[in-house]
Design a protein around this ligand. Sequence first.
Ligand SMILES: [Zn+2]
Length: 350
Amino acid sequence: MGAIDPVSLAQALIRCPSVTPAEAGTLGVLEQALRPVGFKCWRQAFQAPDTARVENLYARWGEGDGACFAFAGHADVVPVGDAAAWQPEPFAGEIRDGHLCGRGAADMKSAIACFAAAAERFIARRGRNFSGRIALIITGDEEGPSINGTKPLLAWMKQRGERLDACVVGEPTNPEALGDMVKIGRRGSLNGRLTVHGVQGHSAYPHLADNPIHRMIRMLDAITGEPMDEATEHFQASTLQVVSVDVGNPATNVIPASARAVFNIRFNDRHTSDDVKRWLCQRFDALGAIPENVPASVGGYWVRWVAVDDEEAELAARQTAHRDQHAGQLPAGNDARTRPMIRLVTRDAA
Ligand SMILES: [Zn+2]
């Protein structure tokens, strides 16, 4: 049994350029570290329609019927952006001034390496008398659509009778020092895509047009003007951030036909995603918006809902580790989330 050095294992993982959905060798590196310790490893690839194939790893030590302690994480990373702007290189896994640098060093290859090393040390100390089990659940599309990772892997585990009793998610959540924050759940996340349709026209004759930008500004103001709520015992206040406003209008004298915005809401355990959608509806409705399937004009324009799109998913933040005792369930976090997407459209009645 070779001792696992968490730093060199983290370096080896960083050197695999596993930008979602690429596995890029990460799981092999991890398996090579875990197998000598006595872990059994299962690779599971999943591919939902219209998505990329994603490889995942389930590794378990121990055959006993004692409690199972699991660690969940993802081996994929977000893209590097402009690779030439990196110093040191994003996938070099270099140590500079005592800091391990590279894409995934924080989120979250170091956590995976630390867990493997911790498990190896624990087993070396008391493994043979230890009746419990230790598991690693390592997924590959947390930074992507998050549908070919944790959820199908948990279903596969359940089918095999793999039970979890406690689980730590190794996401980087400590703002200052290691251990200064332990989270017991994850906020919900909901993306909204707002499209406002108006009537195109010349800016010199605005009475013949209907400016969708003006309408959109009022709608966005209605949802950003005041806080959604207050913090709860375990979670900060919910937040709403407009992340994109797009018109694509190259002219200075044309009122465009439509405008688009995207916003993201991170909500705490006061809400479910349905609550959040209702909250949005109320504010948009107050501006004269009505759902798409109501064929009426209100105040010269109408709003339509264009269905909820399940492109992303939401996880109720309330689904926290200490409350969720179901066998085979992960605590809230990682990619076990579902984020319904709302698409809103306002349109002139004329
Ligand atoms: Zn992460």
